[in-house]
Design a protein around this ligand. Structure first.
Ligand code: ADP
Length: 234
């Protein structure tokens, strides 16, 4: 395999080893991931493709330490997430990982500047510096005129731009975007993908975008595909 193949590189930022995830539904266990192994090289820009229900969100949640595997292990930057306490994991996620969700998940009572600066404040960055970073990022995503707007006063595309700025505020090593265009019309979604492409290049970030949309996946240099709970090669 070539060096930039996400299943083979040795300079991996994220390693998933034989990941299994089953959800219990009453007496039944629904097996969603059935032995997923991958290595995401530092600085990689990858799409995670698969039909709706294929397990993309589940895998992203495991890689980002939002959920735990039934079996297998996730290692980020040489550290196994399994051995971290809940508090260590929360700090790790705050400092090292930026999340972008389909439904934005902004806090409705906070304005754009406060939403973006919040992860920095949680990470104990002093308020003036957190605000400076947030304002700079909001400028970068084209929202310098919306700093004091609450989510309900923003369009879907604007809310996703705020969410992207929030994901970047602690300069994470890894950005995980789960169907970031899923709630947007095609034109607005294209703008979001353009922005993510530009920011990935500017920040040399490691970016993984889960999408069922083949148009979105086609914009990303490399793709992994989930099918029947396993990664397949195309
Ligand atoms: P995708 O992101 O590819 O659409 P998901 O990872 O969200 O897929 O879900 C994969 C499968 O796991 C789906 O069939 C879904 O219904 C199921 N699933 C996801 N979360 C849960 C849960 N908390 N409990 C039970 N089943 C779940």
């Amino acid at each position: 395999m070539s060096n930039d193949d996400p299943r083979s590189s040795s300079a991996a930022l994220v390693v998933g080893r034989d990941l299994h995830k089953a959800y219990r539904m009453g007496p039944r266990a629904v097996e969603v991931l059935r032995g997923v192994s991958l290595e995401v090289p530092r600085g990689a820009f990858l799409a995670l493709r698969g039909a709706s229900g294929a397990g993309k969100s589940t895998l992203l949640h495991l890689l980002g330490g939002l959920d735990t595997p039934t079996a297998g292990e996730v290692v980020v930057d040489g550290r196994s997430l399994a051995v971290m306490s809940g508090k260590e994991l929360a700090v790790f996620r705050n400092r090292r990982i930026g999340f972008v969700f389909q439904a934005y998940h902004l806090l409705p009572e906070l304005d754009a500047l406060e939403n973006v600066s919040l992860p920095a404040r949680i990470g104990r960055v002093p308020a003036p510096e957190a605000c400076r970073r947030a304002a700079q990022l909001l400028r970068r995503v084209g929202l310098e005129h919306r700093l004091d707007h609450r989510p309900s006063e923003l369009s879907g595309g604007e809310q996703q731009r705020v969410a992207i700025a929030r994901a970047l505020v602690n300069a994470p090593d890894l950005i995980l975007a789960d169907e970031p265009t899923g709630n947007l019309d095609t034109h607005t979604g294209d703008g979001i993908i353009d922005l993510l492409c530009d920011l990935q290049a500017e920040h040399q970030a490691t970016l993984l975008i889960a999408t069922h949309d083949t148009r979105v996946a086609a914009r990303v240099p490399h793709a992994l595909e989930l099918e029947d709970g396993r990664l397949i090669s195309r």
